[in-house]
Design a protein around this ligand. Structure first.
Ligand code: F6P
Length: 319
């Protein structure tokens, strides 16, 4: 029976990571397993920033944004020599298995460590919701609620001044944050990598809104599509609708996790410990149709994401 496990958070932080760590620590301890926290992701693992956690370490954490263990991106973890150092650190601390919480970069690290003899279970946590093997990632629900709250505020001022508002949200190359935000805010249009960017369509839609004498118009864009500040100038010049651009940025990564994210994180954390107790590794967890699922990381990394872009037409239908 396994006696000691580690837990780390890696990649961009996501609200609900703390709730997941808490679940791993508590579920581990209830099963007489010692749980060690690895600070600052795989970088901290290589550097040996490891400490034993207990009930007190996770007290008052379920409601906190960010990750109290810290997070980092370490591209050097691809290098086997770097991973060998990580392995030695794990051996030094007597850590037999690991729960890794993060996005697909984190999954890759977990897979490689499992291949080197340390069972790892990956938990999906990123605001982007860009992991194919789960319907939802930890942090996505909080991020879209933050974005919706911000866009509601932008709507207030846009409405007062009769303006068009172009809002850029995060998501890396996945449009789920944008689509969900657009649907929930009654936006005129959403533009993501999956929907494609048709400049003329954006200009014409803004012109139409202006001609209809709309008090405001909302256009939601995923990051990396275009320079929204330049676009705002073009939209205003073409349509006659006074236009402003806002980039929501990192505010979407922070804040107290929603109940949905806390519940998801808690369920996933408990399942990860169960799998490690069963001697399983190289797996990642997800939630599909409200059931917790576990599949091989290799398989998960080959899966194609079904983006929420299939609902983009509803945004335009209801505009
Ligand atoms: O993956 C989460 C995310 O916030 C993306 O939405 C964004 O593109 C990226 O991280 C930003 O990364 P960094 O924190 O390295 O600037």
């Amino acid at each position: 029976m396994i006696k000691r496990i580690g837990v780390l958070t890696s990649g961009g932080d996501a609200p609900g990571m703390n709730a997941a760590i808490r679940a791993v620590v508590k579920a581990g301890m209830k099963n007489n397993i010692e749980v060690y926290g690895v600070y600052d992701g795989f970088r901290g693992l290589v550097e040996g920033k490891i400490e034993k956690l207990d009930y007190h370490s996770v007290n008052d954490k379920i409601n906190r944004g960010g990750t109290f263990l810290g997070s980092a991106r370490l591209s050097e973890f691809k290098d086997e020599k770097v991973r060998q150092v990580a392995l030695e650190q794990l051996k030094k601390f007597g850590i037999e298995a690991l729960v890794t919480i993060g996005g697909d970069g984190t999954y890759m690290g977990a897979l490689r460590l499992t291949e080197m003899g340390i069972n790892c279970i990956g938990l999906p946590a990123t605001i982007d919701n860009d992991i194919a093997s789960t319907d939802f990632t930890i942090g996505f629900d909080t991020a879209i609620n933050t974005a919706v709250d911000a866009v509601d505020k932008l709507r207030d001022t846009s409405n007062s001044h009769q303006r068009c508002s172009i809002v850029e949200v995060m998501g890396r190359y996945c449009g789920d944050v944008a689509i969900a935000t657009a649907l929930a805010t009654g936006a005129e249009m959403v533009v993501t990598a999956e929907t494609g960017f048709d400049l003329q369509k954006v200009l014409d839609t803004a012109k139409q809104c202006c001609e209809m004498n709309k008090r405001h118009a909302l256009f939601i864009f995923t990051e990396h599509i275009t320079d929204v500040y330049e676009l705002a100038k073009k939209v205003e010049a073409y349509s006659g609708f006074e236009t402003r651009a806002t980039v929501l940025g990192y505010i979407q990564r922070g804040g107290s996790p929603t109940a949905r994210d806390r519940i998801l994180a808690s369920r996933l954390g408990v399942k990860a410990v169960e799998l490690l107790i069963n001697g399983e590794g190289g797996k990642c967890l997800g939630i599909i149709n409200n059931e917790i699922t576990a599949i091989d990381i290799k398989e998960a990394l080959e899966m194609k994401k079904t983006p929420l872009a299939k609902f983009a037409h509803i945004v335009e239908l209801l505009s």
